[in-house]
Design a protein around this ligand. Sequence first.
Ligand SMILES: [Zn+2]
Length: 275
Amino acid sequence: MFLTFGEQIAHWMKNPQELYLKPFHVIENVYYVGNYWVSSYLLDTKEGLILINATMSQTANLLIDSIKSLGFDPGKIRRLLITHAHYDHCGGAKAIHDLSGCEIWLGKHDEFYLTESRYMMMFEDTVPEFKVTNFYDYSSVIDCGDIQIKPLHCPGHTPGTTSFFFDVKHKGKVLTCAHHGGIGASFLARDVMARSGIPISMRDTYLMSIENVRDIHVDVVLPSYPARFSGYDFFGASESDDGSGDGFIDSEAWGRTLDAKRDELLAMMLKEEGF
Ligand SMILES: [Zn+2]
């Protein structure tokens, strides 16, 4: 039976266990604790545990179990960094905060999703209320002791989409890891934009954002939706990696991914014009 995207998500919300994925080590102190659909990364730093995104509210228990099964205490999460305020990244924020009392970080330009819902956020009613404690300062780093996380504003997918860059020391070399905070272009289809009140200029913003970060050197890409990620086979790498993390190193993947997304939007725009 063919399910639309919305129907598929609604199905998973009722059957979150179908999204279960065994958590795994990525590289150095970075772990994958997300599910089959949407990612969440745990960083074990000198300043405590950092969680990047909290998945959907319905999968928060899977996330918490994944953190525990790697031997970490989710009650000790110090900071939750949210890339953008869509239901599938911040739905689990309240559950994580209830357990840990952690700081919750968000891009200032996405705050209105939580206070006004000015633009339609699909499934917004599934996000339990939570309080943002910190907004990203794009001119400085988030100091986590041995890891310095550099947040970069990458508006387009949402106005406040934020990406993260940080270095890890791996076998005597410094490697840059990056997580793009929101790169899906489907929200930028003309009919979706009209329905949700997103200004058409957001497309230019999206393309400019890609341009701004396209040439940053990245060794390890941490995808948002690993199963749909075109940069490289992230789940495949987790199976074939020897435990060192070498399997996740691909310094071309970042550029490849961003180019593909830019081309996807440009093709969609041409199609709308009847080409
Ligand atoms: Zn999103």
